[in-house]
Every structure is written in structure tokens, then in C-alpha cells.
Design a protein around this ligand. Sequence first.
Ligand code: RIB
Length: 347
Amino acid sequence: METGPGKSRVTIREVAERAGVGTMTVSRVVNRSGYVHRDTRERVEAAVAALGYLPNQHARGLRSRRSGTIALIVTDITNPFFTTIARGVEDTVSAAGQMVLLGNTDEVEEEECRYMKMLVQKGVDGVIFVPARRGEAALELARSNGVPVVVLDRRSDAPDVDVVRCDSWGGAFELGRLLCHNGHRRFTVLAGPTGISTSDDRVEGFSRAVEEFSPGARVSVRHGRFSVRDGSELMGQALEEANPPTAVFAVNNFLAIGALTAARERQVRVPGDVALVGFDDLPAQLVTFPFLTVSAQPAYAMGVEAGTRLLRRIEDPSLPCEKIILPTQMVVRESSGGWLGSTPSPS
Ligand code: RIB
């Protein structure tokens, strides 16, 4: 049949006839739902392409009550950690025919609710959500409207949501142990806002390591926002103390970059004068000379896992919820320096 402007719309029946299959098979291929043998899928896709068939999204949405769209709500997409997560999410859900809407909340709970209301009204199929704290108000909006949610990066004890995050406590503990083995006894932690689980867990894990490996050592904690500016300000304050730290732990990438800036502005050498470790590695393609010792989060894998969990939940809302905690990886580089003590560092 000829197609083009002014011609009638290609129907699913014409695609089925051209591919030599039933209309239900065409529907399964187009909706990526249910099993279709690869050869059959290829014949249907060839017929769809040849005829220029476009499924009626609106009708499809009404029939299956599906929009074919999910949302990813993060706190700050300018952070390469969240950019990498977004890529993992999009690669996963687009393969299943889902589009991704993106929103930023800047750790503001009112923004979380504003976005969740819009998403419920738009009828998205599901939401992957990074709550500032517990995010209960936004979660309740989704829950009361039957919208599946996966909580990402942060903790949630809500029994009806899947959680995908990394082991912040364990990653920070490893960094604390490394600095103690290097002989440090005066520490400052540059932390995020109190009540944000990733920051709180990292402060606690690091402090526990110091208690265990350098009993009696001093750990002072300075809180700011997850920003380069606050990292620089907090580091400046620490370096201007009468008895400044010999080692600093920045609980995320932006705080670590700010700390480095402050040290360089004061001609303070890292690691010569002060050792520095951080959380989150920076994407290799952005860093010409990898310098910072970090606990690296598996950001892409977290995005893939969150996308996979949400797709499963959309297909079967009755699935039991899971709290998935992925391990971090400590990458030791120049910024943490060697050991200070005369005794050799334990193996
Ligand atoms: O840099 C982003 C990371 O730091 C995320 O884990 C976020 O929660 C913040 O803690």
C-alpha cells in the first residue's frame, strides 16, 4: 500500500499481513511485552519500517493504562555522579520502550512534592527518586496514586519501595582505616547537610574506623551543602584552625573539589601538608590527571539496577520490595599520601 501525506494511516492489520503474523504478535513486538521469537520480531520490525507504522500512543496508553514514560528525580544533575546514574537508567529503560523525564530537587522537600504531583497527574508509569531525607510526603503522593517508586542513592525504610544505594558506611570506613594506617591522628570531615543519609552514613563509617584504628584521635565534622563553594569554605576554616587537621575526608565529589581549591589558594600542599580523601570518583574522561584517593560509587550500575527494578515493578506491582546495597571501591591515589609514622604501614 502506498504511504505518505494524505494517505490513510497504516494499520496494525496491514503490518500483520505484511509480516505474515497475527495482530497480537505485532502488538507484542511494538509494546515490547511478552515473548516473540527473534526471527518473527525481525519480520515484524521490517514490516513496521517498510510501512512507516506508528502505533497510536494515546490509544495504547488508554488500553494498557501505560504512558511509556518513567521519571528520574535527582537532587542535582550537574553532579557527574547523577549524570552517570541517569545514563544507566536511560540505557536500561529505553531498551524496554520507556522514555525518561528528568527533574532536579536541590535537596528541597517541597520540590520533591511538586514534582511528584506533576508526575502523578501526567500518569507516568513509575518514578526513580533521590529523596533529600526520608521523602515521605512525596512517597505518600506516589503510593496513594498507585505509582511505583524506586528510591535511589539514599536510605528509605518504607516497606513498599525498592531501594538501590551504595554502602556509604563501608566505603567511608575503608578511607578512615587507610588514613589511620598512614599514621594520622587529627581529622576533619567535610560533610553534607545533617539528616541526609549518604552524608550521615559516611561520617559515621569514617568515625568508627578512627575509633577502631586510632583510638583517642580527634575527628571534627563541619557541615555544609554538597557544593564546591561549601567544600572550599569548610576546608578554609579547618586549615585556619590553631591546630589544623593532618587529614581531611570530603563526603562527596563537589566537597572534595572545593577542599582542593581552598588548599591551593593557601599554598597548602596536598598531600604534603594535609592528606585528602573523598567519596565519588570523577568520570575518567573529565580528569586528565587522576589525583584524588576516593571511595568510588558504582554510579552507572546503580542506574541500571534502579531502572531494572522499576521495570519489574511496573510489570508486577506485587513483587516483594528489596533494599539493594552495592559495594564501593577504594581507589588509592596521590592525595592520601604515604604514612607519617616511622613504623612501616601495616600490610
Ligand atoms: O556526589 C553525589 C553523592 O554525594 C551522592 O551519594 C549524594 O547522595 C551525595 O551524598
